[in-house]
Design a protein around this ligand. Structure first.
Ligand code: SAH
Length: 207
């Protein structure tokens, strides 16, 4: 099977198993995950598992990106902040949902940020904005966001990230030091979050 066939098969499996929204399934179907993983990992690009991407970091499993996209519940034109660009794959999936020029992503490692920019550019997502820096500060200049998500685990949502999401917006990410839980928060007018837990997960820690 070529990459396209493998991807189609993965999307069909995920759609059925996770009851994905059609928009999410279409986004996963559109992004060539094999272009984002290191050359020597390409043969595994459409296995539903995390893969190493260098600097001790990993690209999340496709089902996790899909579940997070469903929970983020964004539509075209929403602006989204991502903390943890990694190889840029998840940002590309988000770009499919909201438009590449509405995606702002912060990556701690310079080298990963640079490589992600290059990959996003050659795969047609050059309008995704990537900043190297500490995601705990969010990306103030582009705020407010309709939604923000973390792709690395924190003990709590960073204050700045909550602040930079508009009232009524969504914050999503893995929280916890040992056991991590995927938490979705909806921001109230008074700045507090209405939280829902969505099961145990495993992500690399936020630095
Ligand atoms: N979404 C990514 C997965 C990245 S793994 C993808 O699709 O590939 C989590 C990423 O978070 C890593 O690249 C790691 O370097 C980054 N990270 C960890 N702590 C961070 C911080 N404080 N600010 C920004 N990025 C951080």
């Amino acid at each position: 099977m070529d990459f396209e066939q493998q991807r189609a098969q993965l999307v069909d499996e995920l759609t059925e198993r996770e009851q994905l929204k059609p928009e999410t399934a279409a986004a996963i179907r559109a992004v060539a995950r094999h272009e984002f993983v290191p050359e020597q990992r390409r043969h595994s690009a459409y296995d539903d598992r995390p893969l190493p991407i260098g600097q001790g970091q990993t690209i999340s499993a496709p089902h996790m990106v899909a579940i997070m996209s469903d929970l983020l519940d964004c539509s075209v034109g929403d602006s989204v902040l991502e903390i943890g660009t990694g190889c840029g794959y998840h940002a590309a999936v988000t770009a499919e949902l909201v438009g590449a020029d509405n995606v702002y992503s912060v990556e701690y490692h310079d080298q990963l940020a640079q490589r992600a920019r290059e990959t996003l550019s050659v795969t047609g997502y050059e309008e995704v904005s990537v900043r190297a820096g500490d995601g705990r500060e969010g990306w103030e200049a582009q705020a407010p966001y309709d939604a923000a998500y973390l792709t690395c685990a924190a003990s709590a949502f960073p204050e700045a990230v909550i602040e930079q999401v508009r009232n009524g917006g969504v914050v999503l990410g893995p929280l916890g030091n040992g056991t991590q839980v995927l938490v979705r928060g909806e921001k109230h007018e008074d700045g507090t979050l209405d939280r829902e837990r969505h099961g145990n997960v495993r992500f690399v820690p936020l630095k």
